[in-house]
Design a protein. Structure first.
Length: 290
């Protein structure tokens, strides 16, 4: 009974964090729209400031919100009965959509600068932003080539998986940091009378947007870094109940469950080693925290 209570407590905690992340992320998207539609010149594609407004909106919607959801999509416990291939396509689709929106956002910014004879690539925000877009594209390409297509050897997948996960989390955190520098830079340039230092309503609204982005990033990174919320290996997914935050969600207890159900007297040391090796390759080659 106590073990069951701990399981339910963990699952509820996962659901609470998931709901918080979705609400905060959607609130960020809504506030970005309110900002450009109410305080700026709206949205259009005419080379003017209203075209530039697509930049913050699409970055928040795609590069922040969709990328964050893509990071934790593997950890949704009710998807554990789905095949890993399906989840890979969902993960890749979300990241691809985020990449497309980011590219459109960058094009909008460059087009606005070129139309208004404003210099490009002079600020730290633009430097880091372009670097993130380039590395995100490389991350997406490598993810398709190594983990989605069936041609990469299992050992290569196992070797690259930690790099793929780590670089994805670093890119996500860097995107949020870059967004914060971008919205601050925009407020400093755009607010003249009253100025940014006088805290007009627009400045307060956008500062709140920045806080929401930080909260969203913190929740996503926390959920992605909990080892007991990882998707179990494919062979054990049907054995486990969808309890997001419990020890039985790890491969260790999955192995123990199989061992208890087996006749221990028939298990030789070689068979045990082979089984663990297969689980290791399955976990490293196919599962990701992203």
């Amino acid at each position: 009974a106590a073990h069951g209570a701990r399981k339910m407590e963990g699952y509820r905690r996962f659901l609470a964090l998931l709901a918080s992340a979705v609400l905060v992320g959607l609130a960020s998207v809504v506030i970005s729209f309110v900002w450009v539609l109410h305080y700026r010149e709206g949205l259009s594609w005419d080379g003017g400031s209203s075209e530039f407004n697509w930049h913050p909106v699409l970055i928040v919607m795609g590069f922040v919100f969709l990328q964050g959801i893509a990071i934790i999509v593997y950890r949704l416990p009710w998807t554990w009965k789905c095949s890993k291939l399906l989840m890979k396509f969902i993960h890749a689709g979300l990241n691809t959509t985020a990449m497309i929106l980011a590219i459109v956002a960058v094009v909008a910014a460059f087009d606005y600068h070129n139309t208004g004879n404003i210099p490009n690539m002079y600020s730290l925000h633009s430097w880091i932003g372009l670097i993130v877009v380039i590395f995100y594209a490389l991350q997406l390409f490598c993810g398709f080539a190594v983990f989605l297509l069936p041609f990469a050897p299992v050992r290569l997948r196992a070797a690259l998986m930690p790099i793929h996960v780590y670089s994805g989390l670093i890119l996500f955190g860097t995107v949020i940091a870059t967004a914060l520098t971008g919205i601050t830079e925009k407020l400093i340039f755009a607010l003249q009378n009253p100025g940014y230092s006088e805290s007009p309503p627009e400045a307060i609204l956008v500062n709140c947007l920045g806080l929401l982005l930080v909260i969203f990033g913190a929740i996503i990174l926390w959920m992605a870094s909990r080892p007991h919320w990882k998707r179990p290996p494919e062979g054990n997914a049907k054995i486990l109940t969808p309890i997001g935050a419990t020890p039985e969600g790890t491969e260790v207890e999955s192995t123990m469950t199989n061992s208890i159900n087996a006749d221990k007297s028939d298990l030789s040391s070689n068979t045990e080693a082979d089984r663990k090796q297969n689980i290791k390759f399955d976990e490293s080659g196919q599962r990701t925290a992203m």
